[in-house]
Design a protein around this ligand. Structure first.
Ligand code: RTP
Ligand code: MG
Length: 138
């Protein structure tokens, strides 16, 4: 079990001014920031990041959404990071997310759902490497 996961604060949460509150919540829950950047995905890069979903009906909309504005990307460290962070962000659809989870508090819809969390240790590593080189992380 790895102690790292990867996250993005998505364009909707950035536009709605929630980035500071979300980072505050994440660090108060005991996740340590080991890499952090503000950037914007091109449509091509967003498609590459979410390539696993390319056959899904929502893929085109997802790519347009994820590339429409700035995001914050981060690598986080905590014991059992992947599962613990998925618990903190809540269900994909905020309507189904538990009370107090980040998506329940900050997300707008099943697509504009405020935040990403890696779904496995393997993907956490791949996704962290997608955004950060070895000079950009501790
Ligand atoms: P994520 O990868 O972003 O952490 O989200 P997740 O695991 O909870 O959900 P996933 O199934 O991997 O879906 C990736 C993202 O695609 C958008 N989505 N839209 N319109 C739809 O039905 C739909 N379903 C998913 C969301 O932005 C979701 O987080
Ligand atoms: Mg996912």
């Amino acid at each position: 079990m790895s102690n790292r996961t990867f996250t993005m604060i998505k364009p909707d949460a950035m536009e709605n001014g929630h980035a500071g509150a979300i980072l505050d919540r994440i660090t108060k829950e005991g996740f340590k920031l080991v890499a952090l950047k503000l950037t914007q995905l091109s449509a091509e890069k967003a498609g590459e990041f979410y390539a696993i979903h390319k056959e899904r009906p929502f893929f085109g909309e997802l790519v347009a959404f994820m590339s429409r504005g700035p995001i914050i990307a981060a690598i986080l460290e905590k014991e059992n990071a992947v599962a613990s962070f998925r618990d903190l962000i809540g269900a994909t659809n905020p309507a189904n997310a538990a009370e107090g989870t980040i998506r329940k508090v900050f997300a707008e819809s099943i697509e504009a759902n405020a935040i990403h969390g890696s779904d496995s240790d393997e993907n956490a590593k791949i996704e962290g490497d997608f955004f950060f080189n070895h000079f950009e992380r501790v």
